[in-house]
Write a protein that binds this ligand. Structure first.
Ligand SMILES: *[C@@H]1O[C@H](CO)[C@@H](O)[C@H](O)[C@H]1NC(C)=O
Ligand SMILES: *[C@@H]1O[C@H](CO)[C@@H](O)[C@H](O)[C@H]1NC(C)=O
Length: 248
């Protein structure tokens, strides 16, 4: 009797253990076209859940989360978790045709994101063509639960996201750049949290400051190739890809 009670308690603890391990926070990202009005004209832009910039993810150091990405766009898409190391698990890291094939139009892919050593503010963004111009958002990584900030805890936090707005469809600007082989046309406005600020026409009311932000890693020649080999010891071996890995 005593033995079976102990056994049952063991089972219960084991089950609780499994449930606790499986309790990863789950998020839904629906990538879809949404009309947005900026600089006095409206155009459809690619968004996550209809938001520009996209939703902010709030996590803790050491968390693993699942992001279910539904691609309702006309284009292939990938989502990259910028600055998140994803140890031994590159399958949901995002760069198309590098760590994974893109999520095709109409398809869904559950991306597992592991926050191991990161702490602070980072961002996620689309990692194919120029969809990242509108498909991006912040990731706020708090210290591990029950541990404190390395500075006095702030009373409030406001992520500030710098971006650019083109009146033309973003893919048109991108394809024109590919055809001429030069720099892309400069944007029509810089944005802060998706708003161009008071100095532009038809902008949201309020006080905004401006900041020059041009990101052209590739056109400035900042690219390189490196070879990554799978490790021999078990703890450096890649884990297997998820069953819903996008096919090519
Ligand atoms: C780029 O700029 C040129 C010169 O102003 C203009 O003729 C062209 O239509 C622009 N292209 C796009 C895609 O905005
Ligand atoms: C979308 O992805 C599929 C699979 O990788 C590929 O065959 C196709 O060419 C891609 N489409 C575009 C427009 O890049």
């Amino acid at each position: 009797m005593r033995a079976s009670k102990t056994l049952c308690l063991g089972c219960l603890l084991f089950l609780i253990g499994i449930l606790r391990c499986k309790a990863w926070a789950q998020y839904t990202f629906v990538v879809e076209e949404t009309p947005y009005k900026r600089l006095c004209s409206t155009k459809n832009i690619l968004t996550v859940n209809g938001q520009f910039p996209g939703p902010t993810l709030y996590v803790h150091k050491g968390d693993t989360i699942i992001v279910d990405v539904y691609n309702k766009a006309k284009y292939n898409i990938t989502i990259h978790w910028h600055g998140v190391k994803q140890p031994r698990y590159p399958w949901s890291d995002g760069p198309e045709y590098i760590t994974q094939c893109p999520i095709q139009s109409g398809a869904k892919f559950s991306q597992k994101v592991m926050f191991s050593t990161e702490e602070g503010t980072s961002w996620w963004h689309a990692h194919n063509d120029w969809s990242r111009a509108t498909v991006h958002g912040a990731i706020v990584i708090y210290p591990k639960k029950d541990s404190s900030y390395p500075f006095p805890k702030p009373d409030a936090e406001v992520p500030i996201i710098f971006g650019e707005w083109w009146k033309k469809p973003i893919m048109e600007v991108y394809h024109e750049m590919l055809i001429i082989g030069g720099d892309p046309n400069v944007s029509d406005a810089y944005t802060i949290n998706g708003q161009p600020g008071d100095l532009y026409p038809c902008s949201m009311q309020g006080v905004w400051f401006m900041h020059c932000h041009i990101e052209r890693h590739m056109t400035w020649g900042m690219d390189t190739a490196f070879i990554v080999r799978n490790g021999v010891p078990l703890n450096t071996h890649l884990l297997s890809p998820p069953p819903d890995m996008p096919p090519c």
